[in-house]
Design a binder for this molecule. Structure first.
Ligand SMILES: [Cu+2]
Length: 124
């Protein structure tokens, strides 16, 4: 009887240990997720080549986790670590690649170098 009780106690202790470890892992995952900031904004463009350039321009920025641009809606979704990158950095890099957003306009000479099919209608 006494041995049974002891075994039970050990089993319980082990179980609560592993439950704790799991909780800690879960918490770490949540912290990691909340560290990333997600933003949505419009980027003007035309086609799949534009998509590669727009998304590609953000991939070089440290701290950018995900960038997805939709050519039919012009909606850009980015998630990034706000300690490493800012929305301003991201929009500036996209403008440097030749693409306008509401707040950051590409330089005319960069826009003019885009292939014909990529010369999207620029916002006023
Ligand atoms: Cu294009």
């Amino acid at each position: 009887m006494k041995l049974n009780t002891l075994l039970m106690l050990i089993a319980c202790t082990l179980f609560s240990f592993s439950a704790n470890a799991q909780e800690t892992a879960q918490e770490n995952l949540e912290v990691k997720k909340t560290e990333l900031k997600k933003d949505t904004f419009n980027v003007y463009g035309n086609c799949g080549m534009c998509e590669r350039r727009i998304e590609g321009s953000t991939k070089k920025i440290e701290g950018v986790d995900m960038a997805d641009w939709d050519m039919s809606t012009w909606i850009m979704v980015v998630s990034y670590d706000p300690n490493l990158a800012s929305l301003d950095d991201i929009k500036q890099k996209i403008a440097d690649a030749g693409y306008d957003s509401e707040t950051h306009r590409a330089k005319d000479e960069i826009y003019n170098m885009l292939p014909g099919c990529c010369k999207y209608k620029r916002p006023e």
